[in-house]
Ligand binder design. Sequence first.
Ligand SMILES: [Zn+2]
Length: 415
Amino acid sequence: MYTPEEIYGEDDHPDWGLRALIAALVLVLAAGAAFAGWWFWMHRDVRVYMNGVAVDVTYHSTFDEVCAAAGVQPEAGDLYSINGNLIQDGGGEPYVVTLNGVELDKAARGSCKVEGDELLVVRNGGDVTEDSEVVERVVPPLLVPADSLRAVTFVSQWGRNGISRVRVGAVSGEEILEEVVQEPQNCILDSVNPVPSDGRKLVCITFDDGPSSYTADILKILSEKGAHATFFALGSGVASWPETTAAIEAQGSEVMSHTMNHLNHYATTSEETYQETAEAFETMRDYAGVYTSVIRPPYGNWNEYCWRSSGGTMSASVIWNIDSLDWELPGADAIVENCTTDVENGDIILMHDGGGDRSQDVEALPRIIDELHKQGFELVTLSELMDSDYRIPDEVARQYAPMPEDCAWPTEVAE
Ligand SMILES: [Zn+2]
C-alpha cells in the first residue's frame, strides 16, 4: 500500500489546485448571487401615492413613469379671450406637482426618482383669461337718410360724437362694450318739396351748368322782370367767369354749387366725391366771394353714400320738380309750355345757362316769367323758398350753413 504522499509527493499535492478552483467558483457564484440580489433589489416594486391613490412602480421610477402607472395626465390650463374664445391650448396656468408637500420645479420633476412611500400630488393648471384694459372710444354718429327723395334734401340735425368705455383683449384684440358714457347724436337728413308756410305763392327757377356767355343776358331779363333765380354753377365755370358769378349775387339772385366738374357721383370714389364738392365751394369763395353749402348734384345723382362722402361741407342737395327739357332744344315755345304748365306752389324749375347753346332759354325766359307772374307766383331764390317752409331749419335755408365746428360728420350710413 502507498500513502498519498507516496503517490503524489509532498510538493505537488493535487488537492491544492482543486481547492483553488472550487474557491474561485464559489467566489464567482457568490458575486453572481450578490449581483442578482442587488439587481432584483434595485428593480423591486415600491409603493408610492399619487393624488392619494397607491401605485406600485419600479424602484427609482421617474415622475413621468409614476404618472403613467397611475393614469394621471398633468395638464396646464388654457388661455381664453375676453369673449371666451380659446386663444392657446395649454396657455393658462401651469400644472403644479408636490412631493411630500414640497413643490417641485421643472428640473426637480425631471430628476425625481421614487424610492417608496412618496406622496405625490398633481394639481392641473386653471384656465386663464387674457389681460385686458378699458379704454375710452369716440363713437361717431351715423348718417340717417331721408325716408324718400324730394326736391330739397337737407341736414335737419347735425351729428355729434359719443363716448364709450370698451374693454380690449391684450392678445385677441376683441372688444366688449363696458359702458356708454355718452350716446352719439346721429346726423339726420330730411327731404321735402318746399311749400311756403306763409300763404305766399313762390316758384324758384334754377339755371345749371353755367356761368357762360348767356348768363349776363339772363340776369338782365330777371332784373327787367323783377325776378330772382338760383344759379347752380360749376366750380370750373366760376373759375373762368368770376365776374359773371359775382354779378349773379349783385342782381339779387344767388349762386349755389353744381360741383366742380359735373361728374356722375354714382360712379366716383368717395374721395372724388368729396373733392368735387369741397373744391367747388372753395373755388366759389376764392374766385367770386360766394359762400354756399348747397349743391345740385350733376344728373340729380346724389344718394346717402354721396352725402356721407361730403364730409360736412354741405347743408342741402337740391333737385327739381319741373324740367324745362331745354337740353333737348325743343324751341322756346315748348320750353315756355314745360315751365308754366301745372306749376304748384313751391315748385323748383330746371333750366340751363351753360353747357351748350342756351339761346332758346334766353328767348323763353321773359315769357316764362310773365306767365308765372300772371299765375300769381313770385319768382324767388332757392334760399327764399327754403326760408318760407317752416320744415327747413333757418340756418339751412341760408345759402351757407356747413357743419358747425363742435359737431361731427358721420362715417357710416345707418342701416
Ligand atoms: Zn348739370
